[in-house]
Design a protein around this ligand. Structure first.
Ligand code: IPM
Ligand code: MN
Length: 396
């Protein structure tokens, strides 16, 4: 019996809907495997802020830092929910955790499973084939254009006075000017590149011909931060001579990702470029209903669907829970890796298998061309998962 302490942060909108399905998955795992969970469900986000005046209860950050083995997040952000300082309400949850727990690698797998059709112009068709899309985008997660808000959020989560970048004069600009510095550091870059190269070592290469390749995506033709980022990429690449190096400017990457996704294996990019390009890349795998993510540091991990809180679908039993359930699979994979727990590894594989099997059937939500509800899809995944767990863990 191994017990893990999990922080569950449903957050806002559809984040709450998909967390219900994640809990069903956790329950069946607890029932049928030697794993057990101590879960702490923490209310948080913009809706919670509007109701209570706080983004999450006091002590929540400390719980995530000191008690939780892993953190599972739904989504944060709600229309009209801004803090007094004018920041996103819920920011000290998602960004406070990313920055405060030093989760420097935001890993977003883009894999197209069999049976998934692409919704283009409202029609469902197969544009890319399953064997053509299997990459991970590693988004730097602690600096870049997010740095100011990350820093303010982490300060707030830890009860410190918020850092402010101060003011600056911009020659040639008159009147009101708002600005966000975009610092990129050597340390921040080194660690995210090392993560990317190590991840490439564990994978099977790009779909096209199995070449193991790390693509640095930046804008080093324009910005100094990216010039440093790119320089450090080449330095770290020298430690991995067996891995092919590759480079694309972010604008060109967006084109190539759509046109020749089979080229890409591991892609690594600064914070904001990673935010934008992963929404684009989610289309390759069938959309945001499937896209999962792992926010990883050396000591902590937070797992969340890439999608946001989607207010217009909140509470309507419409949202695809697969992005969340895939994030649960990433969580078990990471727990398996970091704790050396083979049961967690097996559970991760079975969750992924269950999702792929359900994707071949017709219990699908609207985003994949189906008419099923969030709970139907969650139940279908749990049913398949249950059969696999019973067999593997030999529970009568
Ligand atoms: C994401 C989200 C967040 C981000 C928001 C909710 C702050 O869009 O995880 O991609 O911009 O990082
Ligand atoms: Mn985003």
């Amino acid at each position: 019996m191994t017990s893990y302490t999990l922080a569950l942060l449903p957050g806002d909108g559809i984040g709450r809907d998909v967390m219900v399905e994640a809990e069903k998955v956790l329950n069946i795992i607890e029932e049928l495997t030697p794993l057990s969970f101590e879960t702490n469900k923490i209310p948080c986000g913009g809706m919670h802020y509007l109701e209570t005046g706080e983004e999450w209860p006091e002590g929540s950050f400390e719980f995530c830092r000191d008690e939780a083995d892993a953190i599972l997040l739904g989504a944060v952000g709600w229309p009209g929910a801004m803090t007094e300082s004018g920041d996103l309400a819920g920011g000290s949850v998602i960004l406070g955790i990313r920055s405060g727990l030093d989760l420097y690698a935001n890993v977003r797998p883009i894999r197209l499973y069999e049976g998934v059709r692409h919704n283009i112009h409202g029609e469902f068709m197969q544009v890319w084939k399953p064997g053509q899309v299997d990459m991970i985008i590693v988004r730097e997660n602690t600096e870049g254009l997010y740095h100011s808000l990350l820093r303010r959020s982490a300060d707030k989560a830890q009860g410190r006075e918020g850092w402010d970048p101060g003011s600056m004069e911009f020659p040639g600009l008159e009147g009101e000017v708002a600005w966000d510095p975009r610092p990129i550091s050597r340390n921040g870059s080194e660690r995210v590149f090392r993560y990317a190269f190590e991840a490439a070592r564990r994978r099977n290469g790009c779909p096209r011909d199995g070449t193991t390749r790390v693509t640095c995506v930046d804008k080093s033709n324009v910005t100094r931060g990216c010039q440093l980022f790119n320089r450090i990429y080449h330095e770290i690449a020298e430690e991995y001579p067996e891995i092919e190096t590759d480079h694309a400017y972010i604008d060109a990457f967006c084109m190539w990702a759509v046109r020749n996704p089979e080229w890409f294996d591991v892609v690594v990019t600064p914070n904001m470029f990673g935010d934008i390009s992963t929404d684009l890349a989610s289309v390759l795998q069938g959309g945001m209903g499937i896209a999962a993510s792992a926010n990883l540091g050396d000591e902590h991990g937070m797992f969340e669907p890439v999608h946001g809180s989607a207010p217009k679908y909140a509470g309507k039993n419409k949202t695809n829970p697969m992005a969340m359930i895939n994030s649960v699979a990433l969580m078990f994979d990471w727990l398996g890796e970091t704790k050396g727990d083979a049961d967690c590894k097996a559970v991760s594989d079975f969750i992924e298998l269950a999702v792929t099997e359900v994707l071949k059937g017709d219990t699908l939500t609207y985003d994949l061309g189906g008419t099923s509800g969030t709970s139907d899809v969650g139940d279908a995944i749990v049913n398949v998962l249950e059969a696999h767990l019973r067999k593997h863990f030999a529970v009568a």
